[in-house]
Design a protein around this ligand. Sequence first.
Ligand code: DAH
Length: 340
Amino acid sequence: MENTETIKSIGKEALKDFEKVSSYQEVENFRIKYLGRKGILSNLFDKLKELPKEEKPQFGKELNLLKKELEEKYELLRQKFPKPKEFELKDDLTLPGIKPRIGSKHIVTKTLDEIKEIFKSFGFVIAEGPELETDYYNFSALNFPEDHPARDMQDTFFISKELLLRTHTSPVQIRYMESHKPQIRIIAPGRVFRNEAISARSHCIFHQVEGLYVDTNVTFAELKGTLVNFAKIFYGSDVAIRFRPSFFPFTEPSAEMDVSCIICKGKGCRLCKYTGWLEILGCGMVDPNVFKSVNYDPEIYTGYAFGMGIERIAMLKYGIDDIRILFENDLRFLKQFKGL
Ligand code: DAH
């Protein structure tokens, strides 16, 4: 009986409150007072639990009716006094900020930087040349015969009969010698272009570093000394090195330099095609005809030159078996080299 009275009086009180409501804030007060977690209804439900068993069904029923009534009233109020804009939740300034993602150098850039640093420490300076070259600088001045296969449309991107995308960084040798007198000690890094089908092993755009040293009495021994030192700094002092005779139009004699395979250390594996060796660069003594094309007297001056592909060198250093992945900008790949 007492309980029924309580419920009735609460119902009355709520009705009075309901009629007085005139703003959104008062709607909220109404909700908190009757329906909130610590509100009147919640208290009554706690009380219900403590009642003697026989009183529970009656009180429970009345309480549920009251709850329904109050919820309906609240719903009416909500519609009548909707939430004004200034009550909308603003940005929460206490939330932790979004950390900016910090990028890192691409593995090709990193490799190039390392190569530059090593040669700078040997006294070489950086030289640059254009990517759009003439047939003369890319081929003729470098002693390529008229009918050399590299001049073929299939290997070279020709823009016109005279203009082409340089196929190697060697033309920088000519440009530099034309505008400087010996002693010359340069490296020329840059992009080169070949009209090749893209595959795991070759790309139509890649990077090279060219080297050129010109003075009087330059010997092949100096060439070897410089390149062996470079390889030992770059790959580690336990790397084995060998030179094989080769041919390039602009050097005589010419050689290719191999380093012992970084994966199998010379035992033979897939990367080195079971030879134990990896070819990393071409080199040789500057051909007298090249000196003639820049008006250097080959009787006075001698020199050595070398050229290496950066992607190839990076791939061999880090055990990457597909050149295409270097140009895809896949973050999952790039992130692996972040800490290096
Ligand atoms: N230009 C050559 C190439 O692209 C690489 C090269 C070989 C450069 C021997 C040189 C050299 O300076 O001496 O395959």
